[in-house]
Design a protein. Structure first.
Length: 718
């Protein structure tokens, strides 16, 4: 029987609880469950583990506190030293042993190891959509939220918040494929509960898919399978930081009165002004809808549910002794949360975030964001077990990647416990997160940032222990949305200039791996104009130039639904005033543009064609997907750089023009024959200098030994 013995010397700053997680062995053997097997300390800084009955294994060393190596593969006994190098002989006795293999450094080196072949998410481009607002395939599951209902002139409600669904999304997969996207990021599909929960960020039951998204012939599994049949990956959005204000079904209850007893001042029971579905929480198929379906609610609550489904019998509020229904009685008893009475097994006990808390780590990570976002005790084992196990099931169903919400509200080490558990469950899994910053977001490392680094995006991409020194630790394997670059767009792309892009990207070294940043012009929360809350309202050519940037610089481009036709251009991303409805925001229903009658018009939009071609070009060129950037130069109306993947194996010289035509000159490039993916023009370089002309708001993408023109000319790429 073969055995495999692995030794590991953790880098400085790791905890002494070293574990090794093992999978993919030869001969095949069951993978260890996360966190894997504890390693035996040898007293001199080294840890050892004997893996019985195998000669080859994939493994990860980690310290159970968020520090870990990359995914490793070992085919013989070995010693991984504190520099992250495999040694074939014991380095304590063989002082001259040479390094063998090419294992990545565990810390210190910013260069990450490429993920296993076939699962490199940098090859993808992402289309982000709010499922309920995209395309309605099944009116039977449509549903009005309690708040913000739109009415027609006759007083009838229109535009159900829960409108688009999986059936509609499946019907439109070919649309997204034609547009050239290979991955779809959908808003959280788990069951939600709140006054305005159509977006999915108010989770109530992580183990169930929300019934308002599914149809009998279009379940989540159907969606995943239908996407995969077309070569499209599914990115599931996951919230770990908070639950809704009603607790978690079957796990924890948050004290409140049944909504059926709620009567606003000046109204009568069952008659509520803002919508016909007031109090429609609970069983979505039941006409006398109620918010009671949590098995861990107290007995009196259940009895009322059974005996008095419509709430006709008066109820004494156990907390105050007052009797409801009672017009004007404290709405907080129906919809609010008393932070002092939350179950400490599940929730933090530090109250609600206020004012200065937003830039301070402890309150930011322990207080509740809002009345419908109650902060989970994410460091507790029961919370971890619940959330990790629930999401593992979706990974087993075929979900390809995860996007994590509200990242800065969970301490890095704690967050990486979740991320690493999911990555251990599905090796090669790509996980990225949202750490929303309006500004460069360099924390302690940059001027003009009033927040500390440990709540900033880059910190989560690193494993170091010094917030003032990113290079104190390597890549954490967790990617982030590029809010730093996005924030610069207010002052450049949305004003028709590139000024400031080079400065923003000059800080790329701060991230664990800048080629995994998820780049975007806007999303459901933010836009690039003035105070970051509107859909892009600039000229169309500015948007075209913006996409030229996003599709050619480092990072993985992500388009927000509707951008391809300037949908709801200039509208606020979310509801603003008291009377606003979704119909007036950037989250308006998009499906009207996808009907058979209007699809032709949609697909003829100049930006649709523009984005489609950019996807074709990026997909053909590994340099644009994976290479680091060099030779970066920017002069307001022009931007140029080089993407060199794998030592010249895929090599592109890129020049971009915004507004006016530009002559681009890049020096110090490889000699050889270049072909432009946009114009097809061929240039031979002998002296390291490549010079070419680019039309206004177009791009020159000169590829060494390249294939020539890719796609067809449009209004902008020409
Ligand atoms: Ca529907
Ligand atoms: Ca938190």
């Amino acid at each position: 029987m073969p055995d495999l013995t692995v030794w590991f010397h953790p880098p400085r700053g790791w905890a002494d609880t070293i574990h090794v997680h093992v999978w993919g062995t030869h001969p095949p053997k069951a993978a260890t469950g996360w966190p894997g097997v504890p390693m035996q300390a040898h007293g001199d800084g080294w840890y050892v583990c004997l893996i019985e009955g195998v000669d080859t294994a994939s493994l990860v060393f980690h310290d159970q506190h968020g520090r870990q190596t990359a995914d490793l593969r070992r085919e013989r006994d070995g010693w991984m030293d504190r520099d992250g190098q495999w040694q074939d002989a014991d380095p304590r006795t063989a002082g001259t042993a040479a390094a063998s293999g090419t294992a990545p450094a565990a810390t210190g080196a910013p260069a990450p190891q490429a993920p296993p072949s076939g699962v490199d998410f940098r090859e993808e481009t992402i289309y982000f959509l709010i499922t309920t607002r995209f395309y309605d395939g099944d009116p039977a599951n449509n549903f009005y939220c309690r708040d913000r209902i739109a009415f027609d002139p006759n007083g009838r409600p229109t535009d159900p918040h829960w409108r688009g669904d999986f059936k509609g999304l499946i019907e439109q997969l070919d649309y997204l494929k034609d547009l050239g996207f290979t991955a779809i990021w959908i808003t959280p599909p788990i069951e939600n509960r709140s006054g305005l929960d159509y977006h999915g960020y108010h989770g109530y039951d992580w183990t169930r898919i929300d019934p308002r998204l599914e149809s009998p012939d279009a379940t989540y599994q159907h969606l995943i399978d239908a996407a995969h049949e077309r070569g499209i990956k599914i990115i599931q959005d996951v919230v770990v930081n908070h639950s809704c204000q009603y607790g978690i079904r079957g796990k924890v209850w948050i004290d409140h009165l049944p909504i059926k007893y709620y009567v606003p001042q000046g109204s009568r029971q069952g008659e509520v002004n803002h919508g016909p579905y007031q109090g429609n929480l609970g069983n979505y198929a039941w006409p006398n809808r109620d918010d009671l379906d949590n098995p861990v609610a107290p007995q009196w609550y259940w009895e009322r549910h059974e005996r008095d489904p419509e709430g006709r019998e008066p109820l004494i509020d156990p907390r105050t002794g007052q009797t409801v229904p009672k017009p004007g009685y404290d709405p907080g008893r129906f919809f609010g949360v008393d932070p002092g009475r939350l179950d400490p097994q599940w929730y933090h006990q530090d109250g609600f975030i206020a004012g200065g808390d937003w830039e301070s780590a402890y309150p930011l990570q322990h207080k509740h964001i809002a009345g419908d976002c109650i902060d989970l005790a994410t460091e507790r084992e029961n919370v971890k077990d619940y959330l990790i196990t629930a999401i593992n099931r979706y990974l087993d169903m075929g979900v390809d990647a995860l996007r994590i919400d509200t990242v800065k509200h969970v301490e890095r080490g704690n967050l990486l416990e979740y991320v690493n558990a999911w990555k251990a469950h599905k090796p090669g899994l790509f996980v990225f997160g949202e750490n929303l910053v309006k500004g460069y977001g360099w924390g302690d490392m940059g001027g003009g940032d009033n927040g500390p680094s440990p709540i900033r995006p880059w910190w989560y991409t690193r494993l170091g222990d010094d917030p003032r020194n990113p290079r104190s630790g390597g890549d954490s394997g967790f990617a982030v949305l590029d809010f730093g670059l996005f924030s610069s767009f207010r002052d450049n792309l949305s004003r028709g200039t590139f000024s400031g892009l080079a400065q923003a990207m000059s800080m790329d070294w701060i991230y664990g791996d800048p080629t995994t940043l998820i780049t975007f012009l806007q999303n459901h929360d933010v836009g690039p104009d003035n105070d970051f809350k509107y859909r892009f309202k600039g000229e169309q050519w500015m948007a075209a130039a913006a996409y030229n940037v996003l599709w050619t610089v480092r990072g993985i481009p992500c388009l927000y639904y509707g951008e391809e036709i300037e949908f709801m251009k200039g509208a606020p991303q979310d509801v603003e005033g008291e009377r606003d409805t979704l119909t007036r925001t950037g989250r308006a229903y998009f499906g009207d543009h996808l009907t058979p009658e209007r699809i032709g018009e949609t697909q003829a939009h100049p930006l649709y064609e523009h984005i489609k071609r950019l996807n074709q070009i990026r997909q053909a060129l590994p340099a644009l997907q994976k290479a680091p950037m060099s030779h970066l130069n920017e002069w307001g109306s022009g931007l140029s750089f080089v993407r060199d993947h794998d030592g010249g194996r895929s090599y592109a010289v890129v020049g971009l023009a915004i507004g006016t035509d530009q002559t681009i000159i890049v020096q110090g490039v490889l000699n050889g024959t270049y072909r432009d993916a946009v114009t097809g023009r061929e240039i031979v370089v002998h002296d390291g200098t490549l010079a070419f002309d680019v039309r206004g708001s177009s791009a020159g993408i000169y590829v060494l030994d390249g294939p020539g023109r890719i796609g067809v000319d449009g209004v902008y790429l020409r």
